[in-house]
Design a protein around this ligand. Structure first.
Ligand SMILES: Cc1cc2nc3c(=O)[nH]c(=O)nc-3n(C[C@H](O)[C@H](O)[C@H](O)COP(=O)(O)OP(=O)(O)OC[C@H]3O[C@@H](n4cnc5c(N)ncnc54)[C@H](O)[C@@H]3O)c2cc1C
Length: 234
């Protein structure tokens, strides 16, 4: 898997802070942006975070290059409807022998050969269909979820935080979790105040919303309330 941050809205933290300031100021937004310093932006972003005022985060977006991931990951990430995607086409692009993702659980297991045999068979069936004159758009039907793909992905900062809350969680599948964790590292460098708490839901909320599926890393909200009520009932 290779993930890079291709580009993002310039001065994202100042833009978000100026947009939020606009809600409470008689000054024009461009003046608010001109007067915005890094220190003021950091203070404002902290305030927004405390208030849970998230809509100003929609004014800044981040664009990633993602390659060496599976079509299984593609099926999951494209469920995030507020993101924009450009994905390598299986109708126009050919398929190489090495173009498969192998899950670590299989690579280190005794049944690794089953996986390798299955993928070789798929690949040779694909090649035979292509050699017989079948179009790529039809021949690809014999390719598995492990087939590799690449994409350009753009999300605004609010959607990124939402995506991280779901996909950095231990409940998420390993490959998309690995991707989300790589993206967290990149956006934290670009906008540390916006993404201060970026990560799984428990990192952002301070409690786990997963109920009986919780990994136990963070307490559930009802446990926090129980302790709070106990401490305040005297
Ligand atoms: C651990 C895990 C397991 C999963 N298992 C399955 C599964 O078994 N089967 C399956 O089908 N999916 C599964 N999913 C996918 C999941 O159901 C969501 O489709 C996916 O996570 C996208 O989430 P979202 O809709 O919140 O996000 P986005 O599409 O990124 O939307 C962000 C937010 O915008 C709002 N929004 C967006 N569109 C609308 C709309 N049309 N109407 C109202 N509000 C909207 C919602 O508040 C939403 O949370 C799984 C996801 C996870 C993390």
């Amino acid at each position: 898997m290779k993930v890079t941050l291709l580009t993002h809205t310039p001065t994202p933290e100042k833009i978000v802070a100026a947009a939020a300031r606009c809600c409470y100021s008689n000054d024009d937004p461009d003046k608010l942006l001109d007067e915005m310093t890094d220190e003021k932006a950091a203070r404002f972003l902290q305030k927004l975070n405390d208030l849970g005022h998230q809509s100003p985060l929609e004014h800044v977006s981040f664009t990633f290059s993602i390659s060496g991931v599976s079509r299984a990951l593609l099926a999951q990430i494209t469920r995030h409807r507020l993101a924009s995607f450009s994905v390598r086409s299986q109708r126009y692009c050919g398929f190489e022998k090495s173009d498969f993702i192998k899950p670590p659980s299989i690579a280190k297991s005794e049944v690794n050969d089953i996986f390798d045999d299955s993928l070789s068979q798929s690949k040779s069936n694909y090649d035979e269909l292509i050699d017989a004159g079948i179009a790529k758009e039809d021949a690809r039907m014999v390719l598995p979820n492990a087939s590799v793909t690449s994409m350009v992905l753009t999300m605004n900062a609010r959607e990124l935080l939402h995506f991280f809350s779901l996909r950095c969680c231990t409940r998420a599948q390993w490959e998309i979790r690995q991707l989300a964790n790589e993206m967290v590292k990149l956006v934290k460098q670009a906008a540390p105040n916006i993404f201060q708490k970026a990560g799984a839901a428990c990192d952002q909320l301070g409690y786990c919303p997963e109920g009986k599926f919780s990994c136990g890393k963070a307490p559930a909200l009802d446990k926090i309330l129980e302790v709070y009520n106990r401490n305040n009932s005297r």
